[in-house]
Design a binder for this molecule. Sequence first.
Ligand code: URA
Length: 436
Amino acid sequence: MQFLPLIEAKREGLALSPDQISEMVRAFTAGEIPDYQMAAFLMAVCFRGLDAGEIRALTLSMRDSGEVLTLPDDPRPVVDKHSTGGVGDKVSLPLAPLLACLGFRVPMISGRGLGITGGTLDKLDSIPGFQTLLPARRIIEVVQQTGCVICGQTDRMVPADKKLYALRDVTATVPSIPLIVASILSKKLAENLDALVLDVKFGAAAFMTTLDRARQLACAMVNLGRECGLNTRALLTSMDAPLGRSAGNWLEIRETVDCLDNRGPEDLRELVVDSAAHLLLQTAKATSLEQGRSLASDCLASGTPRRKWDDMLHAQGADLVAVEQKLARTATATAVVEIRSPSEGFVTVCDARAIGETVRDLGAGRLTGDSTINYDNGVDSMAKPGERVEKGSVLARVHGSTPEAAKAAAVRIAAAFKISDHPPSLSPLVREVIES
Ligand code: URA
C-alpha cells in the first residue's frame, strides 16, 4: 500500500477513513509497512490525535488482526478487568478467582511489566511451575472448568498490538490517549466479553499523572467500549502511594494470598471488592453497588476464592506443594533490610514513583523489554499514608540480591517516606466512576 500519503495526511491533522485505517493495520501486521514509516505515523498521532471514528476503526482493525476468543454458550457472563498499571497493583490476582466464585467466567489476558509498572504475568511467573503462556484451546478449557484463567496473549491474538506496542515503546509514542485506547480495547474486545471494568490510575506513578488526563482516557475507553457493544465502566483510582504494602513479584503473590485469606491491606481489599461489585451491577447480578459490595465481600470471607485460586494454579501447572513451602518462608530473597522511622508521627507521603523505581532497580522490574527479572526482590511491610508510627517502628523491608544492594535500596526507600506531626487529609482511593 502507499503509506506515505497517510502519514502526510495525519501530519496535517486530516482524518483517515475506516478503510484506510484497516488497510494500514493489515499491511503493518503483514510486514508490508516498515517500522520507520509506522513510527512517523505514530508520532503524528501523538501530536494530531485521532477523532472518534478513527479510534474506533483502529481498535476494531487491531482486534480483527488475529484470532478472537470464543467461549461456548454458558449462562455465566464473561467478564474481565484491566488496569492501566501502577506500583503494587495486584488487584487482578485475587479478583479473578473471586469473580469465578461469584458465577462469572474470566479469561484474563494480562501483560508484563515495563519500567516502574509491575506486570501481572511477571508476578505469576514467580509461582513454582505456573504457566502463563497457554494456547487458545487450553485457555478456553481452563475457563470452562475453573471459571478463571490469567495468562498472556497468544501469538495469534491481536498481533497488530504486539507489533505496534513494541514500536511505541522505543519511539516515545506510548502516552497518546487514542493509541492507548485502541491498544487496550482491541485486546479486551478480542476476549468477547459481556462486561469490562477498567481501573484507570492517576498520580505520581501512573501513566496519566493528573486526574483530568485519567478522566479523558477513561471516558474515551468507556464510550468506545459501549459503542462496540461491550458494557464498560472505569474507576479512577489514585496511584500516588503504592497499592497494598508490597511491591515486587513474589512479595505481591504473598499479599494476594493474604487478601484471599481475608486478611491483607485494606486498600487492596477495597479495590478488589469494588471491582467485583461494579461487574455484578453491570451484569444485573446485583441491583445496587452496595449489594454488589456485600455479595463480593461475603464471598471473599467464605474462603472459596482462596480454594479457587489453588484450582487455577493447579490448572495452569503450578506445583502446589512447592507454592505452600515458598509461602511458609518469611523471605525468599538473599538479603532483607528493615527501614525504621526516624521519628514518631504520621506517614504523610509514601512516594509510589520513588518506590517503583527502586523496586525496578532491585531487579524486580524491567528497564527494557528483554531485561531479566528477579522474582524475590522488592519491598514489603510498607507503612501506609495516614498511619501513625513510633520512632524506630518499621516503615518497610527491602528484599535484595546482596546485603549491599538491599542497603543501597533502603536509603532510597527511606527517602520516599515523609513523617509529620499531623495526619494527612486522605482522599478516597476510588475518586470517580465513569459509566458513560
Ligand atoms: N497498556 C496497554 O496495553 N497498551 C497501552 O498502550 C498502554 C497500556
